[in-house]
Write a protein that binds this ligand. Structure first.
Ligand code: SF4
Length: 323
């Protein structure tokens, strides 16, 4: 298969990318695990054009994760499947854009409210101007706003729902796949959120109750903690050392032990040998929420930590996201 016809390159402006790369001798390539099977095609594509390539072995969950070590070894680093989050010189982003069409009649039948905001990940949001027009044609009033630090209007990240700031619509419509992003939108806005997958054709209302129950359990489990490990990722878009220091101070002020742990990738094995009662995750919010059980239920978010130490009341529960 020629890479020019493969899905990851399909909608990328290849001529602009090749022009920017010019006669660079070595390229670093960073791709998420789910797309690593394209590695051979990608290598062939660039090698035929006179460039050598070195792949990053990182999992690469998001644009927050730029392999800075690899960048030091190469002329350009090509980061696949995400839009730019942090500006880094010599890094070129090639997002993964899904081509799709929406079933407006199905959406109209499934959503009684007529005033909605559309959101989605970059893979879907790149087409939202057209999507908005289609929904308006069948009678919806559609809000579409661009958030901070993203490329497309309506684009959300697992840690960034800023396009929903001050939203005035009655409901939110998430277009795309997966449960985490619509759940995040529901928890950030406390509005009704519908999730529509153009690929499966399913429309459903997002239920955040189950998630909240689990989080309340995690918080109550941490109330008696005398010691905290504060996890900080060294990844360029996740590193929040200042926040970690603030958390440490809040804990120390209350006579608790609190130590900061810096590591590139936060995994369950990182916490295995530390003997802290509870870990506070300042890195990607999904680590505490998606992988809660893998951390023996001992991981909480910075906002949850504030509830545990009494700075915030549980009735003010919020997520640690940019909104
Ligand atoms: S911090 Fe997490 S949610 Fe945010 S971009 Fe990175 S991987 Fe995605």
């Amino acid at each position: 298969m020629g890479l020019g016809s493969s899905i990851i390159f399909k909608r990328a402006d290849l001529s602009a990318i090749l022009e920017r790369i010019g006669s660079a001798s070595v390229l670093g390539i960073q791709i998420p695990n789910g797309l690593k099977f394209y590695a051979g095609d990608i290598a062939d594509f660039f090698r035929k054009r006179g460039h050598e390539v070195i792949f990053s072995g990182r999992a690469t969950y998001g644009a927050c994760d730029i392999d800075m070590e690899l960048l030091r070894e190469v002329d350009f680093l090509i980061h696949f499947a995400h839009t730019e989050m942090v500006q880094v010189e010599r890094v070129i982003y090639i997002p993964y854009l899904v081509d799709y069409s929406i079933d407006v009649e199905l959406i109209k039948k499934s959503i009684p409210e007529r005033n909605l905001t559309i959101i989605g990940t970059a893979s879907y949001a790149w087409k939202f101007d057209e999507t908005k027009r289609e929904l308006e044609r069948v009678g919806f009033r559609v809000e579409l706003k661009k958030g901070a630090g993203v490329e497309y209007p309506g684009q959300v990240l697992g840690c960034n729902y800023s396009c929903l700031k001050n939203t005035t619509s009655d409901v939110i419509l998430f277009i795309g796949d997966g449960r985490f992003h619509p759940l995040g939108a529901s928890l950030c806005t406390r509005k009704k959120v519908y999730s529509y997958s153009p690929l499966s054709g399913d429309v459903e209302v997002v239920d955040s109750e189950e998630f909240l129950k689990k989080r309340y359990m995690a918080i109550s489990g941490a109330f008696e903690s005398e010691s905290f490990g504060i996890l900080v990722s060294s990844k360029i878009g996740q590193k929040r050392l200042e926040l970690a220091k603030n958390i440490q101070k809040l804990a120390h002020d209350r006579g608790k032990r609190a130590e900061i742990i810096l590591v590139d990738e936060i995994t369950p094995s990182v916490i295995d040998n530390f003997r802290f009662d509870t870990f506070v995750n300042t890195a990607c919010p999904r680590i505490a929420f998606d992988d809660y059980s893998k951390y023996y239920g001992k991981i909480i978010s910075p906002e949850e930590f504030k509830i545990v130490i009494g700075v915030k009341d549980i009735s003010e529960y919020s997520l640690d996201f940019e909104t």
